[in-house]
Structures are given as C-alpha cells and as structure tokens.
Design a protein around this ligand. Structure first.
Ligand code: AMP
Length: 398
C-alpha cells in the first residue's frame, strides 16, 4: 500500500478556518450502571490530531459510532458521555449535536470561531450509515471541506462516514493515529526485526486464520495460548476435557501444526475447573486435561516456558488473552505474558499489541502504554489488514 498523506503533510495554515470532518473511533466500553466510560484509550489516542487541528484554527466536526444501535436511537449508546469526556481531556467546550441531517448545521458551523470542536451524535443511530446510503453520505459530506480518517478500528467497514462520504472531498487525509497504525503494521508484514514472535490467544482461531496464515512464514516462533490452544492440542489427540475448541478448524490447525511444528509453542499445563464462573474451584492440570474439566488459563510451567521465549529483542505481535482473564483466578497467564512483553520491549524489542481484549488485559497487568511500542486500536480491522484484505477506509485516502 502506498504511503498515505498525513495531517502534518499540510501546513497549519491549510486548515485555518476550514471545516474539517474527522472520522474518529470513539467506540469505547461504557459501564451503563455507573454511566461512565470504562476505558477511554480510544479517545485519548485521537487527541494529537484534535489538538493539531485546534491549534491550526480549523472547525472540527467529529463523527463516530458507539456500539450497534442498528439504526435506532438507543439512549445507552449516546455519544454525549464521550463528548463530555473529550471536553475534559482537551479542556475546551465540545458542542454536542444530536440533529445534524437537514438542520442547516453547515451554515451554523460557519459562524463558530476557529478552533471550535463539534461532536455528532452516534452515526449508527441512522440505518443509512452502515448501508453506505448515498443520500446520507451526501448530507455528511456537506458539513465539511476536508476529510480526515482517524478511525483505524473502523476502516474495514465501507460505511458512509468511513467510505461513502469521502468521494465528495478533494482532500482525504489520514490522522496521526491511522498513520502510526499503518506504519507499525506494514513494517511487521514486510520487514519485522528478528526474532519475530507472534503470540495468539483469545477464544477463536477462526477470526484469526487469515492473519495467522500471513504471519506464519515470517515468524520465528508462534506462541498459541488461551482458548485457541485447545484446538491445536485436540488436533494432536491430547485430551482437552471440556475446554473450548473449534471443530471446523481442526483440519486447518492440523495442517498448520504439521508444517510449522518447530515454530509453534503450545501450553504444557493448565489451570482447570469443572465450572465456568468467577468463583469455581480450580486446579492445576498436566498437559492432558481430565474429563469433565475445562482449561481456563495456562498453568505455571507454561508461564515459565512462554516467559523464556518472550525475551526480546526483535519484533513481538500479541493478539488475544491467555485465559479467561476477566475472572481473577484465571488471569495469571495473561498478566505474566503482558509483563513479559513489556520487559522484552524494555530490552529492545518492538512490540505491537492488538485487539480490544488484549488492551484490557494489558491494563489489568498494570503495564503502562509507554511500556509497549504500539497498542493498536483496531481489533477486526487489524486482523483483516494482517490477513491481506484491503481496508476501504484506508484505500480512499490520498
Ligand atoms: P477473542 O475475541 O477471540 O480474542 O477472545 C477473547 C476472549 O477469550 C476473552 O474474553 C477470554 O475470556 C476468552 N478466553 C481466553 N482463553 C479462554 C479459555 N481457555 N477458555 C474460554 N475462553 C477463553
């Protein structure tokens, strides 16, 4: 993919007084009970772009989705709370606009002072957004003079705000975050430093096969943990008890293991339980899991084994937790891996961590953002890009 124009490729004077639509990805987890944002990482990651535009004197119109309201107004999925948080972070008023279609908003924006920030209500309250409806695209495009994509995590979707509306703009530019995401991921795919270590976890392999398929050849070692490991172990006729596995992936996994067995590292012991809940009694099991039990985390010998591999230098890509880290008693494997990745980074490795759950796991391990080279905001988009798919929201940029 050719290098895309980034926001700082234009002088600040280019933006002054212009209305700039920034497609951000403020799809953050909300705790409905306490009406608070659980994790504002995605908001904070867009701040350099927003600050740059404020400083340049642009009129900034932020558009995002939140959750899956499926074309209906859902109170709990309003971006009002995000708008308030953004206002705190930039220490500036953010004008929150609920009605932006056919309401003459574009003219009102002309009257706002330079450097103003406007946040639109959840774009997916309109069914037309996800249908890439040309009329809705046209309405969004009317709001601004310049288009910026700062929503890497949504770039695999050809929706109005990520794709359809862009055809009406001369200037379609990537924000700082999108630029950073692309440069890390491109490097990983083309010229990663060696040893190149891939760590895969989480519950499903199916979503990750294209990405994994593209990384296998270049990687020097591939650690597979979490639920994903049990399809690999089952394919080798190891007893996995009631652990999760994907029947339809068995033959793919078997082929991959046969071809790459020198590179693939699997758990050698597990934390198991009879029940899947927060307080269930847990035991350590050797590689074969007794009937009636399921593996919910990697065991202590596996932690030692993985730690001995996650050393750095080189390049490390990590996607997916090593166990059900949401439950305290099954979080140890993931926390150890997070800390090992941070330590390897300190020793000189370049580390890229992707996927919402993995970032939540990093937080749980109390690893700081600065201890990881790049924490990607793109879950599905990242995996699709690694799998070789072109991302519509990226393709359309200059
Ligand atoms: P994914 O979206 O595929 O990355 O999966 C993330 C989820 O995988 C997390 O919510 C974990 O709780 C879950 N997970 C990780 N390891 C296991 C396991 N051994 N059994 C069941 N679920 C797991």
């Amino acid at each position: 993919m050719d290098k895309k124009k980034v926001i700082s490729d234009f002088p600040k004077s280019f933006y002054q007084g212009k209305k700039v639509f920034v497609r951000v990805d403020f799809n953050v987890p909300i705790d409905v009970e306490t009406d608070s944002i659980r994790e504002d990482y995605r908001i904070r990651r867009a701040l350099p772009t927003i600050d740059f535009l404020i400083d340049a004197g642009a009129k900034i119109i932020l558009g995002s989705h939140l959750g899956r309201p499926k074309g209906k107004v859902v109170k709990d999925l309003s971006l009002q709370i995000v708008s308030n948080r953004l206002s705190e972070l930039i220490d500036k008023k953010v004008l929150f606009v609920k009605d932006f279609i056919g309401s003459g908003l574009s003219d009102k924006l002309d009257d706002l002072p330079d450097g103003s920030v406007v946040m639109l209500e959840n774009l997916r309250f309109h069914k037309a957004e996800t249908e890439n409806d040309p009329a809705f695209s046209g309405e969004l495009a009317k709001l601004a003079d310049v288009y910026i994509n700062e929503a890497f995590g949504t770039s695999h979707r050809a929706h109005c705000s990520t794709y359809g509306m862009t055809k009406d703009f001369v200037d379609k530019i990537s924000g700082f975050l999108v630029d950073k995401e692309l440069s890390f991921v491109s490097k990983m795919m083309k010229t990663p430093e060696h040893p190149f270590l891939v760590i895969i976890g989480g519950s499903k392999i199916k979503d990750k096969i294209s990405a994994l398929g593209n990384l296998l050849d270049g990687a020097d070692k591939i650690i597979v943990g979490g639920g994903a490991a049990y399809t690999f172990l089952k394919a080798q006729k190891i007893n996995i008890g009631n652990s999760i596995y994907e029947e339809e992936m068995l033959s793919w996994v078997k082929d991959v293991y046969d071809k790459y067995k020198d590179k693939i590292v699997l758990p050698i012991d597990h934390i198991i339980s009879k029940d899947f809940n927060r307080t269930s009694q847990c035991l350590i099991s050797d590689i074969d899991i007794p009937d009636g039990h399921m593996a919910l985390d990697i065991g202590p010998k596996t932690i030692e084994l993985f730690n001995s591999i996650i050393k750095g230098p080189g390049y490390i890509f990590w996607n997916g937790p090593m166990g059900v880290f949401e439950f305290e008693q099954y979080s140890s494997g993931t926390i150890h891996v997070a800390r090992a990745v941070a330590l390897a980074t300190w020793r000189g490795a370049t580390s890229v961590v992707g996927g919402g759950e993995t970032i939540a796991a990093i937080r749980k391990a109390e690893v700081l953002e600065s201890e990881i080279s790049h924490m990607s905001t793109g879950g599905g988009a990242l995996l699709e890009y690694l799998g070789g798919s072109s991302l519509p929201g990226i393709e359309i940029l200059d």
